[in-house]
Design a protein around this ligand. Sequence first.
Ligand code: BG6
Length: 512
Amino acid sequence: MKRVAQPVLLVVFGASGDLAKRKLIPALYHLYSQGLLHDGFALLGFARTQYSDEQFRTLMGESLREHMAGEHNGATVDEEEWAAFLEHLYYQQGGYDDDNSFARLAERIADVEEKIQTQGNRLFYLATPPEVFMAVTTLIHEHGMAAQQENAWVRLIIEKPFGHDLASAQTLNDHLAQLFAEEQLYRIDHYLGKETVQNILVFRFGNGIFEPVWNRNYIDHVQITVAESLGVGDRGGYYDQAGAIRDMVQNHVMQLVALTAMEPPVAMDAKAVRDQKVNVMQSIRPLEPDEVARQVVRAQYGAGQIDGQSIRGYLETRGIPPDSTTDTYVAWKLAIDNWRWNGVPFYLRTGKAMPHKLTEINIVFRKPPMRLFETLDDRLNVRSNILRMRIQPDESICLTFDAKRPGPVVAVDPVNMSFPYSSFGEEPADAYERLLLDAVLGDSTLFIRRDEIEVAWERVTRVLDGWQREEARAHSRGMSFSLPSYEAGAWGPTEADDLLGRDGRYWRNNLD
Ligand code: BG6
């Protein structure tokens, strides 16, 4: 069923930034070229840089061509279609906390709405640095732009980072709640727009055979890996304030945990799905500060090689203080205290400068109760069956089990039953396409609700508190404090191996 969007004016704050160029414009163009945007669609970009509409259009055209060439195997832009799409793009210069700029913006909105007939529907998109989230939303409100006209709607998409700890996330939520109803707020986590992430729910709840084994009776543990091979590049200024735990764990990794561990929703709608996600996140065992060091490993990458390229260590990167204690890698042994998962650890890890870009969820099943066959790889005597959901790249689902190797002796070898996503023969749409379309259609299932973001921050803030205490303790003893390190291009520090080793388990570093 084709879901065509309603008329809408999309106002993008931070329109000259990286996200707009690399993600939003390509996603909108792609939706447009598939006929999924209404003729009454307009985008009004807002940012500090001075551009005319023409200059803005040229700039967006250049980045779209670059993007298509880079990420879509040299695909080219259909020039006629692009020219038609450009007619829908406008630009307004202004300051994010400047009253006059917002007065001008309100006038411009009225002009564009009149011209393109967007019928009063407005979608504001905050793609600015988070420091101006509050100023921008206050001014939108003060200038009457958030007022919903009859038969029209106003919504707000907010990018990450949404707060830097529980208190700041709550403050931002309180602020937004004074200006918008929760139903108007679309907190984005682009992982939820990925096809393979949505497929976790289809796999679990669209099939009958997995549900009976999806619990502590059959599952030994779960491993979630979100590895990236790039270092922090030129994002040092932002990254050093965030670290892997805020940049990846609080949002993307927690979402993967929630989808893997949640109970079946009573319906596939925004309320039912998000209720279940919140429930399971509330069951994540809160850590006391003194427990943090034992359950959570943090580390920084040092110099090394990835794909034959030399990578500078994190502390030698431009913009990073030489004594920074920011985590570029986190591994967390997380317990979920509910009926389904009692006693089943979830081992999470994410890091920069790891050997490959790889996101996957490994469900490691319990071993058979007796060892009847010799395995060729005798490391573990009897191997576990593993269900591997590979989110990216080479999207796939694969079940590993043992089979008899041909020959006169009974020797057993692991084999795979595998479903590659590519067998659908369609390139998956970029996450932003799906999310933008959903926001225009008013479907917030794949966006984060207030209680969800706060419970995720609550658990993460406990880890941050534990780390802060650890550092303060070292300093009070006059000792310097530094993090464990791993060589760029390695799977993480030895401490992370020990985290599983202590439990008689090991990380699955799958490369096939
Ligand atoms: C972003 C983080 O949210 O996600 C980046 O800020 C990270 O640091 C990126 O690289 C990863 O997204 P993806 O879709 O490439 O896995």
